[in-house]
Design a protein around this ligand. Sequence first.
Ligand SMILES: Nc1ncnc2c1ncn2[C@@H]1O[C@H](COP(=O)(O)OP(=O)(O)OP(=O)(O)O)[C@@H](O)[C@H]1O
Ligand SMILES: C[C@@](O)(CCOP(=O)(O)O)CC(=O)O
Length: 580
Amino acid sequence: MSSHFTPPFNGGVSPEGNLFVNKRPEHPSDHPPPIDRHRTNTSSITFTATYNNTHYILLSPQPFLHYQLGFRTFVEEMAVIASAPGKVLITGGYLILERPNAGIVLSTNARFYAIVKPLYDELRQDSWAWSWSDIKLTSPQMGRETMYKMSLKHFTLQCTSSETRNPFVEYAVQYAVAAAYATFDSNKKDLLQKLLLQGFDITILGDNDFYSYRNEIEARGLPPTQESLASLPPFTSITFNTEASNDQNSKPEVAKTGLGSSAAMTTAVVAALLNYLGVVDLLSYSGARHQENLDVVHIIAQTAHCMAQGKVGSGFDVSSAVYGSHRYVRFSPQVISSAQNAVRAMPLEEVVSDVLKGKWDHERTKFSLPPLMNLLLGEPGTGGSSTPSMVGAVKNWQKSDPQKSLDTWKGLSEANARLEAQFKLLSNLAEEYWDIYRSIIYSCSMYQSEKWIEQASETISQEIVKALFGARDAMLNIRSHMKLMGMAAGIPIEPDSQTELLDATMNMCGVLLAGVPGAGGFDAVFAVTLGDSGNNLAKTWSSHNVLALLVKEDPRGVSIEPSDPRTNQITSGISSVMLV
Ligand SMILES: Nc1ncnc2c1ncn2[C@@H]1O[C@H](COP(=O)(O)OP(=O)(O)OP(=O)(O)O)[C@@H](O)[C@H]1O
Ligand SMILES: C[C@@](O)(CCOP(=O)(O)O)CC(=O)O
């Protein structure tokens, strides 16, 4: 909720560069409010101040160096909104669980949002004596509202309403608050205490692409097309899987598409809280300082996510939620052992301090799809698979058949490396021979792969087509190893229904490759298409009852949003900028 009105105070920057806040003459306040926090960049200045127990954010778009009163300001009730992207792991499923195997993870334009603001506008009269903080967690898409009390001594959370709990958000809150205690000096701790006593009002929202809406579409009598999906309102209510989960169907609680909602949700909540509490500032800096802030978000989000899941996965999903698309090699699991051992009564503040100082050795290397290639996801309509039970089955198989499983992993690892190398080669060829590259990619986009070589009349375009085939072959190899691994482990990594769909997809005009992302199973499948051929693929999928999602690759990691994604307030905010 933001309000645009004349604030009871105004402020600026003195000629010496100091920030100041003045009370407005018409307000009978005895003292101007102190500045709580501020940040600047080259073109604007933002500072927060508390007046009558209400927090204000003042934004002065330029030119703030006119130190006299009268610069342009608008005022917003203090809310921090952070978002983090969903992901698609195109290579490295299972292998990525062990260092030094790498995986390629693409982040998406499907994002999870967390909105954090004070629960109470004013500090309650008796709150100075409280030893807890009130937290309200709202998930509008699930129709859930949960109240908690968090002990300010141990950061433990007690659920005070009867609603279902959300362990991902619970750990995110505990670890973010403990991170503030672990990093603040005593002055900042006083401010922190004030913020905590005002409580947290947290709202979480996931873009529609995280969830399967086939049932809604069918119920509305709409065809399974991208147009039908686009007609749903943003943040539509989520379908719960009705069949009870069991080992056979491995169905998760909600009908999901597999974009990693829990990692994006945890990361968005951690980023919003750390920013709200002033542990990081994701808006003001760039370069090394911004990276350091992102690393803090990553460490806290990754630790909270592992604790909530009750296991240490590879972490590629949290990593892409923080940093966006990249080539990932996992962190050594020991780095979060303090958190796992926390049961042995080490104060959480110390646990977090240890984890923040730990030797985080995960690797992130730049990766993006070569130009003119697009990611498309298709939902065959089965409501998703639960990853943890599939990982368990693969681990059991590794123990029971070490030699065969090692051979399969070696084969997979080589095929993954080959695909990565072909993508890299294609990116280099695009850079060096852009015109030839563009022309051959568009030509191939109109034909099935068997006709591609006929499109290449000279050496460079032949080299490009050769690399396209290299990528296809590597993907076919990855798929066959993944399928074999699933059969050996007794789980449907590439079940027959997906094999049929993927084979048919790879035979379509302009489709470079297709596969099951991540752990595989019945989640949405992915395809990488050339030029504009994705549109035709989406239509063909629809005609075979496979719902093409609207999601696209977007390399952007976690970020602070200017406004509530439900209200698109950025324009209204700017249009109501006023002179004070
Ligand atoms: N909008 C939401 N509000 C509250 N909780 C949500 C929301 N969306 C998802 N969740 C919760 O997040 C968790 C999703 O975790 P789960 O591991 O099943 O999926 P995932 O992270 O998307 O997995 P995958 O990586 O396979 O896609 C579930 O507990 C679900 O209830
Ligand atoms: C099987 C695994 O390697 C990938 C899981 O991927 P997804 O969550 O199914 O997209 C597990 C992991 O990396 O944590």
